[in-house]
Design a protein around this ligand. Structure first.
Ligand code: ZN
Length: 292
């Protein structure tokens, strides 16, 4: 297996871009995000490429942003000092998360995410930037950041992907959707056996490649424009500012300080799963016999 963090391969009319940090479930650090961007640029300027597949090596599509930066386990990162201030964090998230994702969403040629295993938080955001999603039957989708004070991730994809009511449930309860439920809700186009994910995604890409590129690109852009007329871009801009405001609340800043004291991601996740148990004492639930 290649040592490259992102593998870029072209075969006929299809480029495949594979995130390759399997040891950390393709957690997205700055290098990975930079290299994804470079791979999409390469696919853009190669006239033989008509469709792009985005995939993850190893057992999972992507576990989201690399949170190890928050507990001091990360490799040195050029953005790290900048993130220390609210204005620096705002700039980092706008450039590296918001704008980089939006570039994939607005990418000229049709894109397909091939998702298997865990697809979490910014992993879900990334998958949703693609035009189509093929899910392996072992795929699981979640965005459990609210219990860590995160106001979703930087682009609020959920209302557009699973509808308003389900989006609220999904985010507020840190629910995990399996592949069948994701298909039922319209989050993914197809569910295929895990062992056939890349082959079946490739077949789909080849079907799309039969359309003249200029036509495919015009129709993609026009559908994206329809979503914009429904308010997609504006709602994303609003959410990004709200998300940043939430990052800078006392609640979030205190939680960040606590996380910095934690020694491992295991501790961070255990804390998340306990939820927010501080604040005003909660009334004990009344004893019932279950009949009321
Ligand atoms: Zn953020």
């Amino acid at each position: 297996m290649s040592d490259d963090i992102v593998i870029y391969e072209v075969d006929g009319p299809v480029a495949t871009i594979t995130m390759n940090r399997p040891a950390v479930a393709n957690a997205q650090d700055s290098r990975l995000i930079d290299e994804l961007d470079a791979a999409f640029n390469a696919a853009d300027i190669n006239d033989s490429v008509r469709v792009v597949i985005l995939a993850g090596a190893g057992r999972h599509f992507s576990s989201g942003h690399d949170l190890k930066a928050l507990v001091g386990e990360a490799e040195p990162d050029s953005w790290r000092t900048m993130r220390e201030t609210p204005e620096g964090k705002f700039h980092h998230e706008r450039v590296m998360y918001y704008e980089r994702c939006k570039r994939i969403h607005d990418f000229r040629k049709p894109t397909i995410a091939a998702v298997h295993g865990s697809c979490v938080a910014a992993g879900l955001m990334l998958a949703c930037m693609c035009d189509l999603i093929v899910a392996a039957d072992d795929a699981r989708f979640s965005n459990p950041v609210l219990r860590m004070t995160g106001a979703g991730v930087e682009l609020l994809v959920e209302p557009w992907e699973i509808g308003i009511r389900k989006a609220k449930e999904f985010l507020l309860t840190s629910q995990t959707l399996d592949a069948a439920e994701a298909w039922r809700l319209g989050l993914v186009n197809r569910v295929v056996p895990a062992g056939e994910l890349m082959e079946r995604t490739r077949q789909l890409a080849e079907e799309i490649a039969l359309v003249p590129p200029v036509t495919a690109q015009v129709v993609k852009e026009s559908i994206n424009h329809a979503a914009d007329l429904m308010g997609k871009s504006d709602s994303w801009r609003y959410h990004f500012m709200a998300h940043q405001w939430a990052h800078n609340t006392k609640t979030a800043l205190d939680a960040l300080e606590r996380r910095k004291q934690q020694r491992s991601m295991k501790e961070v996740f255990a804390d998340r799963d306990r939820g927010d148990t501080e604040g005003p004492a909660r009334p004990k639930p009344a004893a019932t016999d279950g009949a009321s």
